[in-house]
Write a protein that binds this ligand. Structure first.
Ligand code: ATP
Ligand code: MG
Length: 393
């Protein structure tokens, strides 16, 4: 019976003191991910290993599903743990373990024993050889292959003896919280949730800002963005989501500026406001779902114009992705179905028929001068009336 999991994590770049930070953050994220799962779990760190042990009845599939959302986990190994009652009993337990999982299969195998406890009376090599012999006797279809076995049977002699052979892939990356915090500009589209996922995968905690324009954008569009944040939060932990009322700013830009420049100018104000919140709450950069050339507002010239208002770095993890590649990730992480729901995050009246594709920064800045009279006040009001909610998975 599987009651415990060995958690494998990547070790690159986590030497010395960083290793502890990495492991502690990983444990923290595992605890968070397992909170909604029924059952009690003990999560321990022991000699460079992290274990998740069920203390009560629990749902195996559900537990695995939740562990698969924790960045930093490279592999999840379901383990059977037995008491040490001598080698003969171990051999019997190993045979039973294999019967349950691989009965009747013609597999090549290798036994890989390790002793964390040197007082065990047999050495690793001897355990390998002896157990290998027993397995060959019990499973006539199986063959030994020490170089490329189809089945690698791990036997770890610790306080208890741990048996495992399966490694279920985790999402990889680094535990959220080990690489600072970033402010995601989150819309209801396909791209920005994927962008948030990708940056969070590198260990960055995510806050988010959404701009809506009621009544031009619907309540349902707002709900959709919250739903998307909730899906991303399965991977990142709780997300503080700022919901900014952008209507008056949009209307004012619409009134004063050339319509083909609307998107660029709007985007510049979104960046400014998101950066305000980022600085206020300790985010070290902005994150967007932009990718070169995807639409008029994402040409190199447009990106340069948008970028110009920011003093923090802007991370665009999808910059070199094709749309289909972004869709593939969004399907994998579970945001796609929600992203394609029809509720628009931006009203069509604010989208010009022929937007500039090569905006000239000086021209844009000249247009923005026409906003001088009221824009500072409108931005201040938008910031002051922003609603911040905590979105949890
Ligand atoms: P997405 O699929 O993320 O909506 P998109 O392909 O629709 O992206 P744009 O609408 O041009 O592209 O937006 C580019 C980026 O600007 C988005 O990925 C997002 O980071 C940010 N953004 C756009 N609209 C909003 C909004 N209403 N609120 C917050 N961020 C936004
Ligand atoms: Mg969009």
């Amino acid at each position: 019976m599987v009651k415990a999991f060995l958690i494998k994590y990547g070790e690159i770049g986590i030497k010395g003191k960083n290793r502890h930070l990495f492991e502690d953050a990983l444990i923290h994220q595992i605890k968070y991910a397992l909170k909604p799962v029924e059952g009690e779990f003990l999560i321990t760190k022991e000699q460079g290993r992290i274990y998740v042990e069920a203390q009560t009845d629990y749902d195996y599939e559900e537990t695995l599903e939740h562990l698969k959302h924790v960045f930093g986990i490279v592999g999840i190994c379901p383990m059977v743990q037995i008491e040490d009652r001598g080698f003969e009993q171990l051999a019997r337990d190993v045979i039973a373990y294999l019967k349950e999982r691989y009965e009747g299969q013609a597999l090549t195998f290798k036994v890989h024993a390790r002793r964390a406890r040197k007082d065990y009376p047999m050495e690793s090599m001897e355990i390998n050889a002896q157990l290998g012999g027993r397995i060959l006797e019990a499973f006539p279809l199986m063959r030994v292959d020490v170089h490329h076995p189809q089945l690698l049977l791990n036997i770890e002699i610790r306080r208890q003896i741990q048996i495992y052979s399966e490694v279920i892939p985790g999402p990889g990356g680094m535990p959220v919280g080990t690489n600072g915090k970033g402010m995601l500009l989150l819309s209801g589209g396909i791209d920005s949730p994927v962008a948030g996922y990708m940056v969070a995968k590198r260990g960055v905690k995510i806050d988010a800002t959404y701009f809506h324009a009621p009544p031009y954008t619907s309540e349902r569009a707002r709900e959709k963005v919250i739903d998307l944040a909730r899906i991303v939060a399965k991977y990142t932990g709780p997300i503080y989501l700022n919901i900014v009322n952008f209507t008056d700013i949009q209307l004012y830009i619409y009134e004063k500026c050339p319509h083909e420049e609307l998107t660029i100018i709007m985007r510049r104000y979104m960046m400014k406001i998101a950066e305000h919140f980022a600085k206020e709450t300790g985010s070290l950069g902005l994150i967007t779902g932009e990718s070169i050339g995807q639409v008029a507002s994402q040409t190199m010239q447009s990106l340069a114009a948008t970028n110009e208002v920011c003093t923090l770095p802007v991370y665009r993890p999808l910059i070199g992705f094709d749309k289909q590649e972004i869709i593939d990730v969004s399907e994998k992480i579970g945001t796609y179905e929600t992203s394609i729901l029809p509720f628009e995050d931006c009203c069509t009246i604010f989208v010009a028929k022929h937007p500039v594709t090569k905006p000239n920064l000086n021209v844009i800045k000249r247009s923005e001068q026409k906003l001088q009279e009221k824009i500072a006040e409108l931005v201040k009001t938008a910031i002051d009336t922003t609603e911040t909610i905590v979105v949890e998975a």
